[in-house]
Design a protein around this ligand. Structure first.
Ligand SMILES: *Cc1c(COP(=O)(O)O)cnc(C)c1O
Length: 458
């Protein structure tokens, strides 16, 4: 089909949405390393995980073999409230850049929570409800996950307790109010409501908090309820990548329909869920030898786990209460400088994406805040959508690749994930407009100091 026949937006019909999630681990010859029990350094058992996580989600977490996991009908019905998400041809951006490249983005910001996180939140709330739980606990950094989870929990009428990193709690009061509108309770972290929170407060008085620390509090809050609550996590875990595969599956259906083959696939990477979800089905084709693609993970230079971290077993949280995961990590004690892409400030990376990167199947790049916001603003002015700072990391590299095509004359097809909108990030945009944005990049010494505290796993 000739390119001029490709519309600005490709919308699938509801019956073209996937009825199963795709589990990329099934097609990986070398599987991601198993989660370990920190006390014994042995692979965690389902029974151990079920103390913290919902039973069905534990099954999904440990499932390295089934390529397809059916999406329950209730979840598919919820998806229909805001999906299928459009695949957009960025004609306006192409024209402005005068590039021969063809640029597409999958837009996940069309729901109240404003990001892709709702795709996994609704699945996790569903399984918690089905298990008969009273509710779930979680942490939120920038606030998108907490918002998504409160929407999902209110839909299934279960309780939602959110530990919100203190600095975002203060910077983003409106996010907090959206969560409360959906019935969630929101506590700034570290707080004095948990033992680990009190310990962190005593050790670092005046701390602004971190994701790793909020995770520890949320886990403790769940485990101490004697089984009425479980902890849920919005990124990093393999189950989350699985749920997010709905992004890649819809994209693939839309592209196949119009005979479009992406050459380069780009996504921002915090814990890896949107990127993992977008690339999974394409990576599956690559792993099965059916097609080839270039995959690029984009992370902030201030929190560069894939580009400067080490591939090792590490704790997932500051309080060291979660299992150990093998991943590219900056060390669980690493406190990134307060950058404005809150959703990309995690010290580690999905063990699935870490293993794919380790095998050379996926590249990684890091970009500084100022270049990210330049791209964000350019994109808003040309394509109309005001992007989340996290998403703008992918936009930055997509624009860079398109400019390269202009120089070489290559007509590459570039696909990137536009994970969400930035309406709650105007504080960050304000800093950018006032030239008050800093580009702090950790030194090698700082990273070495953090690596020295990695757990010793034989
Ligand atoms: C949370 C978030 C991210 C980063 O999380 P991943 O798990 O790496 O996808 C990216 N974009 C937006 C809009 C987010 O809310």
């Amino acid at each position: 089909m000739a390119n001029q026949n490709i519309p600005y937006k490709i919308y699938l019909s509801e019956d073209e949405m996937p009825d199963s999630w795709y589990n990329v681990r099934a097609d990986m010859k070398i599987k991601p390393a198993p989660l370990l029990n920190p006390a014994t350094c042995k692979p965690v058992t389902p029974e151990e995980l079920e103390v913290v996580f919902c039973k069905e989600l534990v099954k999904q977490e440990l499932n390295n073999d089934d390529p397809w996991i059916p999406i329950p009908e209730e979840i598919r019905d919820f998806y229909k409230m805001y999906r299928p998400a459009p695949l957009v041809r960025a004609y306006c951006l192409e024209k402005k850049l005068q590039t021969p490249a063809k640029i597409y983005y999958k837009f996940e910001g069309n729901n109240t929570s404003g990001s892709h996180k709702l795709n996994s939140a609704i699945a996790q709330a569903y399984y918690a409800k089905k298990q008969g739980l009273k509710g779930v606990t979680t942490e939120t950094g920038a606030g998108q996950w907490g918002t998504a989870l409160s929407m999902a929990c209110s839909f299934f009428d279960i309780d939602c307790k959110v530990y919100m990193v203190k600095v975002s709690y203060q910077q983003k009061p409106f996010r907090r109010e959206v969560m409360r509108t959906y019935g969630a309770s929101v506590t700034p972290s570290p707080s004095d409501t948990t033992e680990v929170g009190r310990k962190i407060l005593a050790e670092f008085p005046g701390t602004n908090g971190s994701l790793g620390c909020a995770i520890s509090e949320a886990v403790e809050a769940a485990v101490s309820t004697g089984g009425e609550y479980r902890y849920v996590l919005g990124s990093v875990l393999s189950q989350v990548l699985l749920h997010q595969s709905v992004i890649g599956l819809e994209t693939m259906t839309a592209m196949d329909k119009y005979n479009i083959k992406p050459d380069v696939i780009i996504g921002c990477a915090g814990g890896g869920s949107n990127l993992g979800g977008l690339i999974s089905p394409f990576m599956g084709r690559k792993l099965r030898g059916e097609a080839d693609y270039q995959f690029i993970a984009v992370e902030p230079a201030s929190c560069p786990s894939l580009t400067r971290g080490v591939y090792a077993y590490d704790f997932c949280d500051t309080g060291k209460v979660c299992p150990l995961a093998k991943m590219y990590t900056l060390g669980s004690g690493f406190m990134p400088s307060p950058n404005h892409a809150g959703g990309l400030r995690y010290h580690g990376m999905s063990s699935v994406l870490s293993e794919l990167h380790h095998q050379g199947l996926m590249e990684a790049r890091s970009v500084t805040q100022t270049e990210v916001f330049e791209a964000a603003e350019q994109f808003a002015r040309i394509e109309g959508i005001l992007p989340a700072p996290e998403s703008a990391h992918a936009i930055r590299v997509a624009i860079d690749e398109a400019i390269k095509c202009k120089e070489t004359g290559e007509e590459k097809t570039i696909l990137f994930g536009l994970t969400g909108t930035g309406y709650f990030d105007m504080f960050a945009y304000e800093k950018f407009h006032n030239n008050e944005m800093s580009d702090y990049i950790p030194t090698d010494e700082e990273l070495e100091k953090s690596f020295a505290n990695l757990p010793d796993v034989k």
